[in-house]
Design a protein around this ligand. Sequence first.
Ligand SMILES: Cc1cc2nc3c(=O)[nH]c(=O)nc-3n(C[C@H](O)[C@H](O)[C@H](O)COP(=O)(O)OP(=O)(O)OC[C@H]3O[C@@H](n4cnc5c(N)ncnc54)[C@H](O)[C@@H]3O)c2cc1C
Length: 671
Amino acid sequence: MAKLDSKVPKGSIADKWTTYKDKIDLVNPANKRNIDIIVVGTGLAGGSAAATLAELGYNVKAFAYQDSPRRAHSIAAQGGINAAKNYMGDGDSNYRLFYDTVKGGDYRSREANVYRLAEVSGNIIDQCVAQGVPFARDYGGLLDNRSFGGVLVSRTFYAKGQTGQQLLLGAYSAMNRQIARGKIEMFNRHEMLDVVKVDGKARGIIARNLITGEIERHSAHAVVIATGGYGNVYFLSTNAMGSNATAAWKIHKKGAYFANPCYTQIHPTCIPRSGDYQSKLTLMSESLRNDGRIWVPLHIEDAKAIQEGKLKPTQIPEENRDYYLERRYPAFGNLVPRDVASRAAKERCDAGYGVNKTGEAVYLDFAAAFERYGTQQAKIKGIHNPSKEEIIKLGQAIIEEKYGNLFQMYEKIIAENPYETPMMIYPATHYTMGGVWVDYNLMTTVPGLYCIGEANFSDHGANRLGASALMQGLADGYFVLPYTIGDYLSDDIRTGAIPTDTPEFDEVEKTVKERLDFFINNEGTHSVDYFHKKLGKVMWDKVGMARNEKHLKEAIAEIKEIREDFWKNVKVPGSQNEFNQELEKAGRVADFLELGELFAKDALNRNESCGGHFREESVEQDGPQKGEALRDDKNYKYVAAWEYKGEPSDAVLHKEELEFNDIELKTRSYK
Ligand SMILES: Cc1cc2nc3c(=O)[nH]c(=O)nc-3n(C[C@H](O)[C@H](O)[C@H](O)COP(=O)(O)OP(=O)(O)OC[C@H]3O[C@@H](n4cnc5c(N)ncnc54)[C@H](O)[C@@H]3O)c2cc1C
């Protein structure tokens, strides 16, 4: 059994990282040339890690299932990236970012890691600017910031609604420099299907060339997993269709503990689902909540009339609208954290006040912002006594400048002009705070096996604040892993190249091939998607935004049944030695079907409400917090790290007790 030791260094929180870096072992430049590192995944976390490790002198082999690192799911990130630069002079600091992140995560993250994240956040912005990332600038040419949910300062750097894409182009250009120098060998269209351990250490992977179907062996002195999150366990999510948990799940089965699988983020501002044949949900960036006001009709008759198409939102007067976030949370209003905003929307919709034909949507309305910005603009432009129409037009131009691409995207999908009619939004699965357990060095419970970015259990506790995932992925890849991995590799300078013609590689390759053979030869009757959709429905209905013991027990049993049915009846067309996306999907869904059960088991174990995990049995009964989530620090102030033992139901729980020395544990209130 692996030992759960977080390896957090001693000392004061502000000095830990600096002192630690001063003391760790280093690998000299000549020796780095003899060390190979595999990086699986080249999104923001893996791309930044691969580029930095190669720049340091290591030989890097990087893998991605897409045809280019530029297509990693990180490209989808819209809103921005946080950093405690205090450019706005509104009182930000490393401590405040640390505090907001721990509080936003509902006191379920490791203090030392979060402080380090805040500490390096400023470096990320400098690094990206140096790479040429075109962050938005204000009139004077300085970098601009906007605010995101759960905080009272503006610390989010952004590039219109395409921040992830621009950051990824930065990391990609840094990678390309190393690809050209031969320090990174890039394996596009390659999928890691398992990890190979030698004498207990991670020493390589088995990958499938997705174009030819060839199974390949790759060795290294250390392996880094940067394969993103597992939100697609819900089938419908805002993640890219290909996002999957296979690498993370495979290493879990080889000894890496999986932490807090039940911590999932349901994002409040997504385009509502439209029917049963949908395969993807679309996010509308949270940045929209800076200017949009969220409401539903105050009267149930109006909500019904809207659902039946007899009334338009613009026909409902101000006094008949319920701006429920502003009403319930006056201090944070529309900028409460995502979990709070999502549950509040569900509460209104469950009570019958939802809009849209399905009753599963609320309005995000920009009318007030048009007027506010328009009035300002009229003054700036010296227009006296402007008409209402003129003001609205001027205001709309400002909103277009800020969020034009998001408005256009909405109109294309919904076929309604959001400048004229309020947008409709509804919560959707978006991000996974749970993931592979790692220590302070970002190493898993398997020596030499690291995990970074969304794939690890990360620094966000039970709920991630907006714009903090990009920050964490780039902190891990540019500024943390490149130091910590050296400490481990300093013992490997005399090891020499790791051979791949060994029994360890033979055995893992055999298992991988047998599984692929099975899929191709199984005479099943149902497509992979058939099972994935069934899993997604159970996850959404019973392990979704609100969870209870009865539903979780049912979910565990139902997922097991779906899994058994899958292995009997799945049909995968085509062959193995060709580009076969159904075959790729089959392997990924097989893993989701195991992960989903562990997810429900973890949710059942955690009989408290915290962050994105809301247990209906654990709700404040009285006082000013009545009806809000009730955390149970006495019994659940720990990271739940699960050890694989065969079936998901056999997984063994290990607890990493969380210590809060620098932040006082409090009830999270946004009122
Ligand atoms: C629509 C949307 C908008 C978002 N907006 C923001 C935002 O504004 N700000 C913010 O902070 N966060 C945002 N997020 C979250 C953020 O984008 C992600 O958490 C982050 O980009 C994940 O980066 P990553 O490098 O960990 O993984 P990814 O970008 O998902 O990259 C995964 C990589 O792993 C590879 N891979 C996966 N499996 C395998 C395998 N088995 N073998 C080989 N390669 C594999 C893929 O090819 C890819 O290269 C958003 C998320 C979504 C869905």
